[in-house]
Design a protein. Structure first.
Length: 300
């Protein structure tokens, strides 16, 4: 197969691993920078050009689109979809997962466990918003934040009110979520490919930090997940419409609580922690889907 890997940097670990895995299985991968693509939106004749040439004859696309280029990146994915090329994650699924509020609303609608969450912009009654979430401690975060950025732990109601006032001054949309104490600064990253969790790791925040992101100094180890956690991760991925996803779960008293569904999960941390060749799982999944001639409802 000829596989397009949409990535802005071919030297990134995840991109390199996908290229290696594709070549190891006899495929021809090409790394394409989405921002250097340009498109012809002609009726019934969609085209994508890259470095002065028209892209053609791809069998599959693996989008690795960063949050900062979601708008243009998903436009390129959508163009591939118009050309009839199988995309492991569709354009609508990616934008759905990137919109934190929309994602949480969709998950809640289907009964997926979540931390108690409030959403606001300029609340008239800050105290009522705090009560809605269950009072402090609570996590307040910007809707647009990634990798733990724009996220604050408010340990008292007074601190929560101060943070909310500050976010109001930024003219920003934000989420306020109950802090799950029993998780003890840890979460579970389940890596979903197709209809299975191929690997799972437990991420733990460094001392003095509540964010478990590896980019913020957190540590990770392989973990055995429960059947309920496995079902939750797979269901969350399906609800988003994603075939490849990183589902972040907190172990709460009431059961698994989904924090986020990531449409472009990194491979380095979880491959290192678990020893699982996730890149090969993704390529094998592509083979199955393309050979079956399946063209999913990319719109979802």
């Amino acid at each position: 197969m000829k596989i397009a890997i949409l990535s802005r940097n071919r030297r990134l670990y995840s991109t390199r691993r996908l290229v290696e895995a594709a070549r190891a299985r006899g495929h021809a991968p090409q790394v394409i920078d989405v921002l250097r693509c340009y498109m012809n939106i002609e009726p019934l004749k969609p085209e994508i050009h890259f470095r002065g040439k028209r892209l053609k004859a791809f069998d599959a696309v693996v989008p690795r689109i960063g949050a900062s280029v979601t708008f243009y990146g998903t436009a390129v994915v959508r163009q591939f979809e118009m050309m009839g090329v199988y995309c492991v994650n569709g354009s609508v699924a990616i934008t759905r997962a990137r919109d934190k509020l929309r994602a949480l609303q969709l998950l809640a609608r289907r009964g997926i466990g979540l931390p108690t969450t409030g959403f606001a912009h300029s609340p008239d009654d800050t105290a009522d918003l705090i009560r809605l979430v269950g009072n402090a401690p609570m996590v307040i975060k910007l809707v647009e934040g990634t990798q733990g950025q724009g996220m604050v732990l408010a340990e008292t109601n007074e601190a929560a009110a101060s943070v909310i006032d500050a976010f109001r001054g930024l003219d920003a949309y934000f989420l306020a979520q109950a802090f799950v104490k029993e998780a003890e600064g840890s979460d579970i990253r389940c890596f979903v490919v197709g209809n299975q969790v191929v690997a799972a790791m437990q991420r733990t925040a460094r001392p003095g930090e509540f964010r478990s992101n590896l980019h913020r100094g957190g540590s990770a180890v392989a973990v055995k997940i429960t059947a309920e956690e496995r079902r939750t991760a797979i269901r969350a991925s399906r609800i988003m419409g994603l075939q490849v996803a990183g589902v972040d779960i907190l172990r709460a008293k009431q059961g698994p609580a989904v924090m986020e569904v990531n449409a472009s999960p990194g491979l380095e941390g979880i491959e290192s922690a678990t020893g699982v060749d996730i890149a090969s799982h993704i390529i094998t999944h592509l083979e199955t889907e393309v050979m079956s001639g399946r063209q999913r409802d990319q719109g979802g």
